[in-house]
Design a protein around this ligand. Structure first.
Ligand code: NAP
Length: 541
């Protein structure tokens, strides 16, 4: 039955209580949590070590854009106290070192099988187990399958004609190679100006001989205003981590940045500008919540959007370049805000060329560079910062099958469906960590991961106590949750903007907002309520 220690993976047995896919922040915590719970757990990870996105996204300039005080684990006071972040927004090597430190401290690496791809998982109703297969030819069974494989982890492949004949080097931010990529004195092209691109561009510009930025849609990017860690603030949080953790549970994004308290119309124009300047100085995602109605009301949003546009115009000296960089295609906050260090100022450098691919589209890659309709750019290195197959990419790749041979995403042609973003009806004992329909990428991911993993741990305990072997989300609960997710997003301006968080139905153009936009705090409270009400919406057997 669930919870029995049916295998000891130190000795690599074949049957486990839980198989965890992924050794990122979610998988690391899941392994620790479930082993503490007395479960036999096996982890499978395609990379050579822990870290997840922070293992792969090692591009120059990569850094977190949630403040480090809150981008860490809170489950152990000693862990919080002993770790020394150096910056408000640490860079990728430091975050990877932190995750490695956590994995080492709790001795969980030996329970992971690294360099291993899961090739499939088949639900076996007779035994209430999944059989998980890997590319090493092994096969394991488990009572519970926990997909901690990330929502932004399957890179979008560059599909540019001619890439195969390019004689220079090409790399992706999302899969930055482990070997040294020489950028010093090189002619570099970068394609993509989302969160990854805006971080990489200023750093690449410093060493490149020439940097060509191939720019399609202008995004709003807010300065991070990074700074050394405030040691006294960190020590203060360390002295009361339980209270701070409880506070994070009350926040819409699970990170206590300043929020809007009034609608735009409740301020005078002068007050609005003062507040906007304060938020610009604070930096980062705080620009998303200046006014309470900026996400839903065009007039309120325009005030914030126009403020940021003016900031861009004031930083970028060449007005022609500035107008390309000024975002006009969507209201601020309707795509994830980018957070940068010196992004706009980079376009004032002599060695940086802005290529507007809306005006001059890329035609193909050539052996020596990039051909647009009007120009050929000779380059040595191409960097693709073109994003991910978000939400469904990693899950589809996992090839999980129920007894009818279906995959979870088979029923998702009109948008993802999962109860609480955690379980898909028809897939017993399968948990999607931070899956579609949960706050997921809208919240501090480390908090979202911990919340889901704790929830799964409580479910497993409950099943153990009650002698259950099988859990499934009911179709009714799933449908009503999908409705709730739709309602939470229905008034948002961002529902009408093309981006990876919106699923557009091709036949009628209807839109499904993928994550739960009703606020992390409301979601977490709802999950707690469900847990205390006998796990409403789940069926046990
Ligand atoms: P992204 O936001 O999806 O941006 C992809 C970029 O590539 C866009 O500028 C897109 O242009 C461009 N692009 C794609 N295909 C193209 C083509 N064929 N030609 C020209 N341009 C093309 O991807 P991302 O920057 O990797 O960020 C994804 C998410 O990862 C973020 O939203 C965030 O959640 C996370 N992330 C977080 C951090 C952080 O915490 N600091 C850092 C990096 C990433 P269009 O807009 O025109 O499509």
């Amino acid at each position: 039955m669930a919870g029995e220690t049916v295998g000891q993976n130190d000795e690599r047995s074949v049957d486990y209580d839980v198989v965890v896919i992924g050794a990122g922040m979610g998988g690391i915590y899941a392994m620790h949590r479930y082993r503490e719970q007395g479960l036999a757990v096996l982890g499978i990870e395609s990379a050579a070590d822990v870290g997840g996105v922070w293992y792969h996204n090692r591009y120059p300039g990569a850094r977190v854009d949630i403040e480090s005080y809150y981008y860490c684990f809170f489950f152990d006071q000693d862990l919080y106290e002993e770790w020394e972040w150096t910056e408000r927004y640490p860079a990728q090597p430091e975050i990877l070192a932190y995750l490695d430190h956590v994995a080492t401290t709790y001795d969980i690496k030996r329970h992971f099988q690294f360099d291993t791809w899961m090739t499939g998982a088949q639900w076996e109703p007779a035994s209430n187990r999944y059989t998980v297969t890997t590319d090493r030819g092994e096969s394991y069974t488990c009572r519970f399958l926990v997909m901690a494989s990330g929502q932004l982890s399957k890179p979008r492949k560059p599909e540019f004609e001619g890439l195969d004949v390019f004689q220079g080097e090409w790399v992706q931010t999302s899969e930055w190679p482990h070997h040294h990529v020489e950028t010093e004195g090189k002619r570099i092209a970068i394609i993509g100006t989302g969160s990854s691109g805006v971080q990489a561009i200023p750093v690449l510009a410093e060493t490149a001989d020439q940097l060509f930025v191939f720019h399609r849609t202008a995004n709003y990017s807010i300065p991070a205003n990074n700074a050394p860690l405030d040691r006294s603030k960190y020590a203060d949080i360390a002295s009361r981590i339980d209270a701070v953790w409880a506070d994070l549970q009350q926040h819409p994004a699970a990170a206590p940045v300043p929020l809007g308290v009034k609608t735009a119309a409740e301020y005078t124009p002068e007050e609005q500008q003062t507040l906007l300047e304060e938020r610009w100085a604070y930096g980062g995602h705080t620009m998303n919540g200046v006014f309470t109605d900026q996400g839903t009301t065009k007039e309120a949003n325009d005030i914030v959007s126009e403020f940021v546009r003016d900031k861009i115009r004031s930083i970028v000296k060449d007005p022609t370049k500035a107008e390309i960089l000024v975002p006009t295609e969507y209201p601020i906050g309707s795509r994830r805000l980018c957070v940068d260090t010196g992004y706009y100022d980079t376009f004032n450098r002599d060695n940086v060329t802005l290529v507007d691919v809306q005006a001059d589209p890329i035609v193909r890659i050539t052996p020596t560079g990039i051909q647009t309709e009007n120009h050929h750019y000779e380059v040595d290195l191409i960097v693709f910062a073109i994003g991910f197959n978000a939400f469904t990419g990693a899950l589809e790749q996992a090839n999980i099958r129920n007894e009818k041979g279906e995959q979870p995403s088979d029923g998702w042609s009109r948008g993802p469906k999962a109860y609480l973003g955690l379980m898909a009806h028809g897939f017993p004992n399968l948990f999607l960590v931070t899956g579609p329909g949960s706050p997921s990428v809208l919240a501090n991911m480390i908090v979202s991961n911990v919340q889901h993993i704790d929830l799964i741990g409580s479910i497993v305990d409950y099943m153990k106590e009650n002698g259950y072997e099988r859990i499934e989300a009911t179709e009714k609960a799933q449908e009503s949750w999908v409705e709730e997710v739709a309602t939470a997003a229905s008034r948002l301006l961002r529902l009408n903007v093309e981006n990876y968080m919106v699923h557009v139905n091709k036949d009628d153009g209807s839109r499904v907002f993928i994550p739960y936009a009703g606020g992390y705090q409301n979601y977490a409270a709802r999950c707690n309520e469900i847990m205390t009400n006998g796990f409403d919406g789940f069926e046990f057997a």
